[in-house]
Design a protein around this ligand. Structure first.
Ligand code: ASC
Length: 149
């Protein structure tokens, strides 16, 4: 293989890497993907909540780990809301695809709130975590109230 072929191949691989999670082979795969991401987000968010609410002792390292995971996971579910999943029986309301700007806005608000929570967790300040946790939880609920059955 000539060197410029290697460069060409590398360029193609780079160009497609960002789309590795989509499109999905089947609509069911897209649903599974978004539900998995949201489920994991809930798991790690709840561990932060337990500390924010004083149900478990505060551990700054554990809070940081969970906030970093939630922040990374918060980027993922959206690729799974493909139009071909509308016909499947899930908790997603038709509003997801009917009010796409509002849905995207809600998803971005949640990602921003979670980024703030991650920044707070990095400081190790429990009071900052409490406040940003509350804002992030409100952003989860706002979207669920309008877009989820
Ligand atoms: C969670 C979880 C959610 C949010 C939401 C906040 O732990 O799984 O969906 O918090 O209940 O209001």
């Amino acid at each position: 293989m000539k060197l410029h072929h290697v460069y060409g191949l590398a360029a193609i691989l780079f160009a497609t890497a960002g789309h590795a999670q989509a499109p999905f082979q089947k609509a069911e795969d897209a649903v599974k993907y978004r539900q998995s991401a949201l489920s994991l987000m809930g798991t790690h968010f709840s561990r932060l909540g337990a500390m924010a609410n004083g149900r478990v002792p505060f551990d700054a390292a554990v809070a940081q780990e969970n906030a970093a995971l939630v922040r990374t996971l918060s980027r993922l579910p959206w690729a799974g809301f493909t139009p071909d999943t509308q016909g499947l029986t899930t908790k997603a309301k038709p509003e997801v695809w009917r009010e796409t700007e509002r849905f995207q806005g809600a998803s971005e608000k949640m990602q921003a709130a979670v980024a703030e929570l991650d920044a707070a967790a990095r400081t190790g300040d429990l009071n900052a975590i409490r406040k940003t946790f509350g804002d992030a939880a409100a952003s989860c609920k706002a979207c669920h109230d309008h877009f989820r059955r």
